[in-house]
Design a protein around this ligand. Structure first.
Ligand SMILES: CC(C)(COP(=O)(O)OP(=O)(O)OC[C@H]1O[C@@H](n2cnc3c(N)ncnc32)[C@H](O)[C@@H]1OP(=O)(O)O)[C@@H](O)C(=O)NCCC(=O)NCCS
Length: 249
């Protein structure tokens, strides 16, 4: 399977080394032309979902992320963007149709504000999270619910603005792991304990072993924070900007 996959990847626009995670930075603001072009890639179910969004911003966020994801996966697989189909795991994590969970070409998506990140790798559980830094939330209450005692006591010693930015660092690191497992928030953020300086996982919920997982910070500028987590041999990350000309379509 790995050899076949490698062959397929090398035959198409994007080459993905097995020990690498590609992180695509996507601008969610679409021109009218992009909007119509990406809409053509959606299947009837995705078209219905698009129509259900009543706010233009949410509609644009879904279309830009799903459409760009299809364009990117087309570049890796050689399948046309409109023929890319997804299945979802028990807790809603999308994967390429007809693939086994965490096997073959894997991806995960996150969006916040006007940015999305799409992480792509092979043969691992992969999760990514981006958040726009927002001072309006009740960060103290959220930290009490989502941080371990150890994290909370070190975070409480910080002063602003470091306190706010580090809240989002913890949040993204934990959510990247929860998304990698596919289980999502229900697994319990407070049970996922992070050393944010390294960065690495100190302990994880249930039978997940922190030594099996890597955690890496993604540079997304001053107004956002982002982390990617994975359990494979994928240790090096390569950041890529999505430009329309990158597309294989
Ligand atoms: C996955 C989850 C963490 C998303 O959090 P979020 O910060 O709102 O959203 P993000 O932008 O980071 O990620 C959204 C993307 O993650 C992916 N995703 C969806 N469910 C996922 C899951 N269970 N695991 C990993 N990724 C998932 C999708 O690609 C989604 O993008 P799309 O909606 O455009 O298709 C959250 O919805 C969750 O925990 N879901 C699991 C089911 C569940 O427990 N729901 C109750 C929520 S309390």
């Amino acid at each position: 399977m790995a050899n076949k996959l490698e062959l397929i990847l090398h035959q198409n626009n994007y080459t993905l080394d097995p020990s690498t995670i590609h992180i695509w930075h996507i601008d969610l603001q679409l021109t009218d032309n992009d909007f119509h072009r990406l809409q053509d890639y959606l299947n009837p179910e995705e078209q219905q979902r698009l129509q259900r969004y009543t706010h233009q911003r949410a509609q644009q966020q879904f279309l830009a992320t799903r459409g760009r994801l299809k364009q990117l996966l087309a570049g890796y697989t050689g399948i046309a963007p409109s023929d890319i189909q997804f299945e979802t795991g028990q807790y809603g994590k999308p994967r390429l149709a007809d693939t086994t969970i965490d096997d073959g070409l894997v991806f995960n998506v996150s969006h916040s504000g006007v940015m999305a990140l799409i992480a792509i790798s092979t043969n691992c559980a992969l999760g990514i999270d981006i958040e726009r830094i927002n001072t309006r939330h009740n960060l103290q209450g959220m930290a009490q619910r989502c941080f371990s005692n150890q994290e909370l006591s070190s975070w409480n010693q910080l002063t602003e603005p470091h306190k706010t930015t580090q809240f989002y660092e913890y949040w993204c690191a934990k959510e990247a792991f929860l998304k990698a497992t596919g289980r999502g928030l229900a697994l319990g953020m407070e049970h996922c304990v992070v050393d944010i300086e390294q960065p690495c996982f100190i302990s994880l919920p249930e039978s997940y072993q922190s030594s099996d997982w890597q955690l890496q910070c993604v540079d997304v500028g001053n107004n956002y924070r982002a982390f990617v987590a994975g359990n494979g041999d994928s240790v090096s990350i390569i950041n890529k900007q999505f430009h329309q000309t990158s597309s294989s379509s």
